[in-house]
Design a protein around this ligand. Structure first.
Ligand code: F0G
Length: 467
C-alpha cells in the first residue's frame, strides 16, 4: 500500500481560503519574505510546524469540559501526573506552558557558568536557554546527521567517542548533563536507537552524568525503533516509549507535538531534590506547581492526548507514514531532501535545490518564501537564518544543513492535501533557476528567524552591509 488511510473520520471542519498567486506575492512582500510573519488566513496548507497545530480528538474536547480550574490541587493535575508516571515513567513533574519554559527552569537549575552541555544537535530554544545560564552547547551527534544524503537509520544517535573527547578536554565536572533529543528536529526528525541510549547510559553511569531527554517527539522515535531496530518489531509503541525514558534521569517536553494538544509542556525527573528546586522555580516563572503554565482543562486535554499517542500503534503508524508518503512523492520527482524521512516533517535540501545561491543569500529562507508564492503552502526555514550568529565571532554559523521544513500537523490534513503540496513543489522544482536570494532588512539579536525581515537580492546588486 502506498499510504496508510486516516484512522479517524472528520466531525468538525474548518474552512480554508484558496488564494491567487497575486494575493500571495503581496502577502509575502508584506511579511518580509519570512513565513513566520504571514497571516495564517493567507495560507492554504500550513506546514510551518507540527507544534500546537494538532487536531484534538472528541475525547480530548470532552475532557476539556471536565477541567477543574482550582488554583491549587486541580484533579486534572493529578490525572496528568498519573499519566506521565504511567507512560514515561518519571516520578515527578512540573507543568509549564510549553517546552521552552521547562528548558528555562532546567537550564537555570543544572548549568553553572563555564559549563559545557553536550547534545545530539542543537535546538534553537534549548541552546539559547543553555547559553543564558552560562553554558556552551557542544554538538556530539554522529557525523551522518550532518549529511542529508546519508541513509544511516539512526542519524539522531550520539557519537560516544566525541563525548569522551569532550570530557578529556574540559573535565567531567564541567558537564552538568547530556541533552538528548528523540527524533532530532534540526537533523531532519532523525531517531535515536535503543542501542545508542543504552550505551550512553552505561557511559554516563561511569562518569555520574545525568541524561536529560528532550521528550518532545519520543512516540515518533519509538515507531522508528519498532520499524528498524532488531528485536523491537513485536514490542508495542507504549513499551518502547517507556524503555527510552527508563534510561534517562528526566526530561523537558513540548507537549504541543506528541502530546496532541495546542499548548502545554512539562519538566519531569526522578530525583526528589531536583523536583523541589524545580517547584521553587515554576512558581516564579509559570504558576503554582499544580498548574504551572496550564489551565485545568489544558491539563485534562494533555493527559488524554498522551494516552491516545500510545494507546494503539495505528495512530503513530499513520502519522509517520503520512510524512513518509510526502517524502516518497518528492523522491519520485528527484527533489533533493533529507533521507531517511523524518517523523514529523520532510526537509528539503535548499543548497542542492538552489545551487546558484550562496549560503549567505539564505537559500532555505528564499525557497520557503517561493513555495508559499507558488502553492499557498507555508513551510519553515531551518538553515543559516535559524542557526544565527556565533556569539564570539559575530559570523553566521553557516550550518551544514540548509533546509526547508515541510512539517505535518497531526490528524489535520488529508491525503489529497499532501498530494496537492507535493504537486506544487514538484512544479516549482522545474523553475528553480528563477528563485532569487535574500538579504536582511531587519535582523533581531536572538532567535532571529521568528521576526527577521528580508528583501530579494536583484541580480548583480552588491550584498548589503548588515543592519
Ligand atoms: N524541543 C524541541 C525538539 C522542539 O522541536 C521544540 C519546539 C522545543 C523543544 C520548544 O518547545 O515550542 O513548546 O516551547 N519546536 C517547535 C517547532 C517550535 O516548530 O519545531 P516549545
Amino acid at each position: 500500500m502506498k499510504y496508510i488511510p486516516e484512522p479517524f473520520k472528520i466531525k468538525t471542519v474548518e474552512p480554508i481560503k484558496m488564494t491567487t498567486k497575486e494575493d500571495r506575492i503581496r502577502a509575502i512582500k508584506e511579511a518580509g519574505y519570512n513565513t513566520f510573519l504571514l497571516k495564517s488566513e493567507d495560507v492554504y496548507i500550513d506546514l510551518l510546524t507540527d507544534s500546537g497545530t494538532s487536531a484534538m480528538s472528541d475525547a480530548q474536547w470532552a475532557a476539556m469540559q471536565l477541567g477543574d480550574e482550582a488554583y491549587a490541587g486541580s484533579r486534572n493535575f493529578y490525572d496528568l501526573e498519573k499519566t506521565i508516571q504511567e507512560v514515561y515513567g518519571y516520578k515527578y513533574f512540573v507543568p509549564t506552558h510549553q517546552g521552552r519554559a521547562a528548558e528555562h527552569i532546567m537550564s537555570q537549575l543544572l548549568i553553572r557558568p563555564g559549563d559545557y552541555v553536550p547534545g545530539n544537535m542543537y535546538f534553537t530554544t534549548t541552546r539559547l536557554h543553555q547559553e543564558k545560564a552560562g553554558g556552551k552547547f557542544v554538538d556530539v551527534i554522529v557525523d551522518e546527521a550532518h549529511d542529508p544524503a546519508s541513509t544511516y537509520p539512526f542519524k539522531g544517535n550520539i557519537d560516544i567517542d566525541k563525548l569522551q573527547r569532550l570530557i578529556d578536554e574540559v573535565g567531567v565536572d564541567k558537564i552538568p548533563y547530556i541533552s538528548y533529543e528523540t527524533c532530532v528536529n534540526m537533523a531532519g526528525g532523525q531517531p535515536i536507537s535503543i542501542a545508542n541510549i543504552r550505551a550512553l547510559r552505561m557511559f554516563c553511569d561511569k562518569y555520574n552524568i545525568k541524561i536529560m531527554l528532550d521528550n518532545t517527539r519520543t512516540v515518533e522515535n519509538a515507531y522508528f525503533i519498532q520499524k528498524r531496530e532488531a528485536g523491537y518489531a513485536n514490542r508495542s509503541i507504549k513499551e518502547i516509549v517507556a524503555e527510552i525514558c527508563s534510561y534517562t534521569d528526566g526530561c523537558t517536553c513540548s507537549a504541543k507535538k506528541d502530546g496532541l494538544v495546542n499548548i502545554g509542556g512539562f519538566l519531569a525527573m526522578n530525583e526528589e531534590e531536583f523536583f523541589i528546586a524545580a517547584k521553587a522555580q515554576v512558581v516564579i516563572y509559570e504558576g503554582l506547581h499544580t498548574y504551572g503554565g496550564m489551565s485545568g482543562r489544558d491539563m485534562a486535554a494533555l493527559a488524554q492526548g498522551i494516552r491516545e499517542s500510545v494507546d494503539n500503534d495505528d495512530y503513530i503508524k499513520y502519522r509517520v507514514e503520512q510524512t513518509n508518503y510526502l517524502g516518497e512523492r518528492l523522491t519520485g520527482a528527484g527533489i533533493p531532501h533529507v533521507i531517511p524521512h523524518g517523523g514529523h516533517a520532510i526537509f528539503l535540501d535548499a543548497k542542492a535545490f538552489l545551487p546558484h545561491l550562496d549560503q549567505e543569500q539564505f537559500p532555505a529562507q528564499a525557497l520557503a518564501a517561493e513555495i508559499y508564492v507558488e502553492t499557498g503552502v507555508r513551510a519553515m526555514e531551518r538553515g543559516n537564518v535559524s542557526a544565527g550568529r556565533n556569539t564570539e565571532t559575530g559570523e553566521n554559523y553557516r550550518p551544514k544543513l540548509e533546509l526547508v521544513r515541510l512539517t505535518i500537523p497531526r490528524r489535520v490534513y488529508t491525503q489529497s492535501h499532501i498530494d496537492y503540496a507535493a504537486d506544487g513543489i514538484i512544479n516549482l522544482y522545474q523553475q528553480r533557476n528563477k528563485i532569487k536570494g535574500l538579504q536582511f532588512v531587519f535582523e533581531p539579536k536572538v532567535l532571529r528567524f521568528f521576526q527577521a525581515r528580508f528583501e530579494q537580492i536583484e541580480q548583480d546588486s552588491p550584498v548589503k552591509a548588515r543592519v
